[in-house]
Design a protein around this ligand. Structure first.
Ligand SMILES: *Cc1c(COP(=O)(O)O)cnc(C)c1O
Length: 385
């Protein structure tokens, strides 16, 4: 299994992170683990760029993180406005509806995002409790400008929730400055930790809203009431128990957060911009079109249409060249495009290997191209690393 994994999560993980994961499992109330968990919670604030946020780290996938946000903030009948960018927005709508929310969607055509004016017009149209957005929609590779959404939501008396599963730790994100009330993510994407951790950062304002609920949270495992004392205890370096934490994953998280913050967040954001720019330049040089309009394209992944003469068989050809990329996800265009994740500790040479494999695969599939054109375009951008 020496393939290079270039899908939008899980991604390639750093050897030190995998090694940390292989720690002999101690008790979840051992002093060593308490220190690692407490330290990880503190470091998460630095990654989300917030001083006052309350982190939650719970065993589960990103979908659980979405569910925790919905379960704790929504009460039956609440109105929610959702910025619809694709597959994961639809999932968020379904989750909210399950907790009794009335969801209104503000969308755009596939591969684009609604303008701030359109979002504002919708916000002004009714009294919403929450504004939800997907920072990077993994089905379309579209990046939502969440920098402006927090302030906009507050102006209309709503709180903002951002699904950062394919973004946090890679895309520029400043939770405090941007006024985002909840940002949620999962371990296996830009945070660079194997799958299994649902992670949320919740502001005091959002916790207030949760405390003012009139009805109990309709999900026992997701209830902040159960998890908040646990997170506070570990951060105070005290033993505590509600559900057994995924001890080894938290060792891995601690290691990855130290690596990320060792680089610094600004460097991390910039690295993702350059790596993404290199990959996208390569695809353009090869004559391939991308799903998102380039002004709204994510930096953690790319979504690329197959050329007309080529289809899904391209994925197998790329894999034969040692690189795994992902097929389509958005139901409307599922068979017409593929997706490449380039987030986390990704290197320039991994991008070049991926571009090389795609070039070879395109040629083997009968697409006419100048071999090396993508590599040259990528190399130019990678000089900025
Ligand atoms: C991957 C992803 C999810 C779902 O995460 P899981 O860990 O697969 O449950 C949700 N939202 C976005 C934007 C994602 O990319």
């Amino acid at each position: 299994m020496n393939e290079l994994l270039m899908i939008p999560g899980p991604v390639e993980f750093e050897p030190a992170v995998l090694q940390a994961m292989a720690t002999k499992t101690p008790s979840h109330i051992s002093p060593d683990f308490i220190e690692v968990f407490g330290h990880s919670l503190e470091r998460l604030r630095e990654v989300f760029l917030t001083k006052e946020g309350q982190p939650f780290v719970v065993a589960g996938s990103g979908t659980l993180a979405m569910e925790m946000a919905a379960a704790n903030l929504i009460e039956p009948g609440d109105k929610v406005l959702l910025v619809d960018t694709g597959y994961f927005s639809h999932r968020f709508a379904s989750i909210c509806e399950r907790y009794g929310a009335r969801v209104t969607q503000v969308g755009a055509k596939l591969g684009d995002v609604p303008s701030l004016q359109e979002v504002e017009r919708s916000l002004a149209g009714a009294k919403y409790k929450l504004l939800l957005a997907t920072h990077v929609d993994t089905s379309t590779g579209v990046l939502v400008d969440v920098a402006s959404l927090g302030g906009l939501a507050h102006r209309y008396g709503a709180l903002s929730v951002v699904d950062g599963v394919c973004a946090t730790g890679g895309e520029e994100f400043r939770q405090e400055e941007w006024g985002i009330d909840i940002c949620l993510t999962a371990s296996q994407k830009a945070l660079g930790v194997p799958p299994g951790l649902a992670i949320l950062m919740v502001t005091p304002l959002a916790l207030d809203l949760f405390r003012k609920r009139r009805t109990p949270v309709g999900n026992y495992y997701a209830d902040f009431t159960n998890w908040l004392p646990i997170m506070e205890a570990y951060e105070a370096r005290k033993a505590s128990y509600f559900g057994t934490p995924p001890v080894n994953l938290i060792y891995a998280l601690g290691e990855s957060l130290d690596e990320i913050l060792g680089q610094g967040m600004e460097a991390r954001f910039q690295r993702h911009r350059i790596i993404s720019g290199a990959f996208k330049a390569a695809m353009t040089a090869l004559g391939l079109k991308q799903v998102p309009a380039l002004e709204v394209a994510a930096h953690t992944m790319s979504a690329i249409y197959y050329p007309e003469e080529v289809g899904k068989e391209l994925l197998g050809e790329i894999r034969e060249r040692g690189v795994v990329v992902a097929g389509g996800l958005h139901p409307q265009i599922k068979e017409r495009y593929f997706r490449v994740g380039h987030m986390g500790g990704i290197s320039g040479s991994q991008i070049l290997a991926t571009v090389g494999a795609i070039e070879g695969a395109l040629q083997a599939s009968g697409y006419r191209l100048e071999l090396g054109a993508g590599l040259v375009a990528a190399q130019k951008v990678l000089k900025g690393l």
